[in-house]
Design a protein around this ligand. Structure first.
Ligand code: SF4
Length: 281
């Protein structure tokens, strides 16, 4: 039986991208290949917020106790090894039991499954089929993988997902939040059009760039050209930076205006105004 290290498993409303507003079970896996310490910081500088939190790790017994951050990755505890003990390694059966408890009718009706992270395609591709082929999961119809777009699908997993969508009522989406230089990650590590085009062979795939400044928007447009040159045909969203409301509300309107100007789609972060982006939302 497969096991997956789960950072969070919760039921909420999808706040971003194509399925904004859809009630969804979020399965957040542990581990990421990036740190994204540059978010919310002046170019070239790195956030120290999670390090300050990690200095007091003994005070935090569960995710909900952890402080929210206004700079760096807002889900830092889902990959920083110092927080790993907050993320249990769960069997498929244990995950299913938790999902049952979360769903309002104790079964899948029209809810969506969001597999997120961290970076969910980093280490768990072999485990997901075990979860998805479980009898309880047969009524599930829509899955979104929220990924940073740097992890190629293994041939086995690609075949599995392709077969999963043989049923006409099923759909897979890849929500690709490719990281721009504002994240602090290097362009050559983060912009991987060949990999995103591979996702496109399997499911409905879109790009979602997190932006704050004019420079970020310029970078998003440049990255879009790079993806298009490789054959990417999906939609492109801009989403305001901001894991906390004070930061988010500073630039959401500007981002919407930039989307109108450049013919791109706007993605909100509904979890910020609705739920203050608390853990488990
Ligand atoms: S890729 Fe996503 S989860 Fe990973 S560090 Fe960056 S923002 Fe956080």
């Amino acid at each position: 039986m497969s096991k997956i290290k789960i950072s969070e498993l919760f039921y909420s409303v999808q706040g971003e991208g194509r399925y904004m507003g859809v009630p969804s079970v979020f399965l957040r896996t542990f581990g990421c290949n990036f740190t994204c310490d540059g978010f919310g910081m002046p170019r070239g500088e790195k956030s120290n917020e999670r390090n300050q939190i990690a200095d007091h790790i003994a005070e935090f017994k569960q995710y909900r106790d952890l402080p929210l951050v206004s700079t760096g990755c807002d889900s830092y505890a889902s990959w920083d090894p110092r927080f790993k003990d907050l993320s249990p390694l769960l069997t498929t059966e244990a995950i299913i039991e938790r999902i049952k408890e979360l769903l309002p009718f104790r079964k899948w009706t029209r809810e969506h499954l969001v597999i997120t992270g961290g970076e969910p395609l980093l280490g768990w591709q072999r485990a997901f089929p075990d979860l998805l082929k479980h009898e309880f999961m047969q009524d599930l119809k829509e899955i979104t993988f929220e990924t940073n777009g740097t992890q190629r699908l293994t041939e086995d997993f690609k075949s599995y997902l392709t077969a999963w969508t043989d049923r006409a009522d099923r759909e897979i989406t890849f929500s690709v939040s490719a990281k721009l230089p504002a994240s602090g990650e290097r362009w050559e590590d983060a912009i991987k059009p060949d990999i995103v085009c591979q996702y496109q062979q399997v499911g409905w795939t879109y790009l979602k760039f997190v932006v704050a400044t004019e420079q970020d928007i310029y970078d998003a447009l440049a990255a879009t050209i790079t993806f298009r040159d490789e054959g990417f045909t999906g939609e492109v969203y801009l989403m305001p930076v901001g894991g906390v409301e004070s930061v988010y509300s500073l630039n959401n309107k500007n981002v919407a205006l930039a989307c109108m100007k450049h013919g791109l789609r706007y993605s909100d972060r509904l979890q910020v105004p609705l739920f203050k982006n608390e853990w488990g939302t």
